[in-house]
Write a protein that binds this ligand. Structure first.
Ligand SMILES: C[S@@+](CC[C@H](N)C(=O)[O-])C[C@H]1O[C@@H](n2cnc3c(N)ncnc32)[C@H](O)[C@@H]1O
Length: 201
């Protein structure tokens, strides 16, 4: 694998440890953790080092992202990261049948709403009772004024693609509940982001 395929997203260096702090008590020690929308792959290799007995399944619908994920995995010699899957969250069928945890970081606001609908359907299908779906990103929240930085980010996203933008957390939770995923917790994270945890009923 060509190591030059490795791409880098500076935000991953800033948010990976705060995210890991939330994941440590949340994820099972063994089994398969599916990451939807892995992007560069920098998160999955960081998490795979911290959870050496979990098998990590990265995915992304973008070929460049999958090349980057594979290159980071190889460069770090990680045996517990599987080859990245071509997984479009919005698709009816996913190329994986089960998982013991599902993670999705910074996709929901940078994709059409259909991707979130598909994410919830897929996580509801793959997970068994008690297993977690972990989300990270910026959201709109009833009773919480939008931070100016998030309002600017939302305007920029909508300018780039009118189908994108910060979602109402209640709308996301309604989809999760409809897919059999019970809301468990929301945790405030640095830079006005949230960790959101659901569990399969
Ligand atoms: C802002 S990046 C986040 C990547 C990574 N999770 C991170 O935090 O650095 C958004 C990612 O969502 C992926 N994406 C967009 N639409 C998607 C969809 N329908 N299904 C799965 N992934 C999607 C993109 O390919 C991109 O890698």
């Amino acid at each position: 694998m060509d190591q030059d395929a490795r791409r880098s997203a500076p935000a991953t260096q800033r948010n990976r440890d705060p995210i890991l702090d939330v994941l440590r008590p949340l994820l099972p020690e063994t089994g398969i953790a599916l990451e939807v929308a892995s992007g560069t792959g920098e998160h999955v290799i960081h998490f795979a080092r911290a959870f050496p007995f979990l098998r990590w399944q990265p995915s992304d619908p973008t070929p460049d992202a999958r090349a980057s994920i594979a290159a980071w995995t190889e460069a770090n010699g990680l045996m517990n990261v599987l080859s990245p899957l071509d997984l479009d969250a919005a698709a009816e069928a996913w190329p994986i049948a089960r998982a013991d945890a599902v993670l999705c970081i910074n996709m929901i606001h940078i994709s059409p709403w259909e991707a979130t609908e598909g994410l919830m359907r897929g996580a509801g299908r793959l997970l068994s009772a008690g297993q977690p779906l972990y989300l990270y990103g910026p959201y709109r929240r009833a009773g919480h004024p939008l931070a100016p930085s998030n309002a600017a980010f939302d305007a920029d996203l909508k300018h780039r693609d009118p189908r994108w933008g910060l979602r109402e957390l209640d709308d996301v939770t309604a989809l999760a509940e409809a897919a059999g995923l019970a809301f468990e917790a929301v945790i405030e994270m640095p830079a006005n982001n949230l960790s959101v945890i659901y569990r399969k009923r």
